[in-house]
Design a protein around this ligand. Structure first.
Ligand code: IPM
Ligand code: MG
Length: 362
């Protein structure tokens, strides 16, 4: 029996989690697995219920579980809350509490969605990139940080905001190992993306990554500046196998890369720790409050996140593959939610596409 903590966030979270859980249950039947779900609130929902976005009980539920499935957080209605009460803070908090330093964001274009990509089909076809984003360091967590007052030379008092882009070598080393190991299961290439022409922290990132690469002789290491990478991702995304990068660059590049697949609604993610705490799985998209309750959101990113859980947390490769295959089959037959809808397709609700995917799991 595997215990899965289900962190229920905001907006469309309930709908996409329901879909993923239905798919997991079908997979459990077919592959003779047993899942038990422990629900806990997070984000705005937790704030409404308990006054804080990341309640202690939610953290405890995660720590007691074998894996964590999270449905997006955030809603405009919380925009005016103090920073520490905002839903996004819960996401950063849970990543830190569970020590989820490695965020894997696979960007794989389904042939069936080539025409939903804003890139020319010949550029988008066969793109298969794994973004390995460091997740518990960088400007996201660096100290000192804040907004303070300062006096200018001409005597005016003005505000100044700052965050610290900081990595120590242990943090770089452990994420680099994840990137190289991941490349060994793929095409044996790692591209380290940074801003080493300007930033000291990036120079250290390169130095340590180079050192770690010596342990992986069959993996080819290259370097690219992040501005160039942003361009290369749309010019020639096929050149990449594994992209290794820090927290903020990875955040930005993964949103950009996701559009290659046709929709943000297609991209799953896995966040890994050193193994002492459970891994967490979530779609890379947000909570889309404007779509909530309408039964229109694309559940595939969350369904594929559940598939990643089967692979990374439970070592159930066949079950994971069967979900990917089912999604592909459903797309092949022309069924689409509205974010990936093209003329000639059959438009589906969230529930409908979920049911179709479930039917195909075998
Ligand atoms: C992501 C999101 C989060 C991040 C936000 C919601 C805090 O954009 O997971 O990519 O910046 O990490
Ligand atoms: Mg992001």
């Amino acid at each position: 029996m595997k215990n899965i903590a289900v962190l229920l966030g905001d907006g469309v979270a309930g709908e996409i989690l329901d879909s993923a859980i239905k798919v997991l249950n079908k997979t459990a039947q077919v592959y003779d697995l047993k899942f038990n779900y422990n629900y806990a609130p997070i984000g705005g929902r937790a704030y409404d219920e308990l006054g804080v976005p990341l309640p202690e009980k939610t953290i405890e539920t995660c720590l007691k579980s074998d894996a964590v499935l999270l449905g997006a957080v955030g809603d405009w209605k919380y925009d005016n809350l103090a920073p520490e009460l905002r839903p996004e803070r819960a996401l950063l908090g849970i990543r830190k509490k569970l020590n989820l330093f490695a965020n894997l964001r696979p960007v794989k274009v389904f042939d069936e969605l080539l025409f939903s990509s804003p890139l020319k089909p010949e550029i988008a076809q066969d793109v298969d990139v794994m973004i390995v984003r460091e997740l518990t360091g960088d400007v996201y967590f660096g100290e000192p940080k804040g907004i303070i007052k300062k006096t200018t030379l001409d005597g005016r008092e003005i505000k100044v905001g700052f965050n610290n882009m900081i990595y120590d070598e242990d943090e770089i080393r452990r994420i680099a190992h994840i990137a190289f190991k991941s490349a060994q299961k793929r095409k044996n290439r790692v591209c380290c993306v940074d801003k080493a022409n300007v930033l000291d922290v990036s120079r250290l990132f390169r130095e340590i990554t180079t050192e770690v690469s010596k342990e992986y002789e069959n993996v080819e290491l290259s370097f690219m500046y992040v501005d160039n990478c942003a361009m290369q991702l749309v010019l020639n995304p096929k050149q990449f196998d594994v992209i290794l990068t820090g927290n903020i660059f990875g955040d930005i590049l993964s949103d950009e890369a996701s559009t290659i697949c046709g929709s943000l609604g297609m991209l799953p993610s896995a966040s890994l720790s050193d193994g002492k705490t459970p891994f967490m799985y979530e779609p890379i998209h947000g909570s889309a409050p404007d779509l909530a309750g309408k039964n229109v959101v694309n559940p595939i990113a969350t369904i594929l996140s559940a598939a990643m859980m089967l692979y990374y947390s439970f070592n159930e490769k066949s079950a994971c593959d069967s979900i990917y295959r089912a999604v592909k089959d459903v797309l092949k037959e022309g069924y689409r939610t509205r974010d990936i809808f093209q003329k000639g397709n059959e438009l589906c609700t969230t529930n409908k596409i979920t049911d179709l995917i479930i039917e195909k799991i075998k």
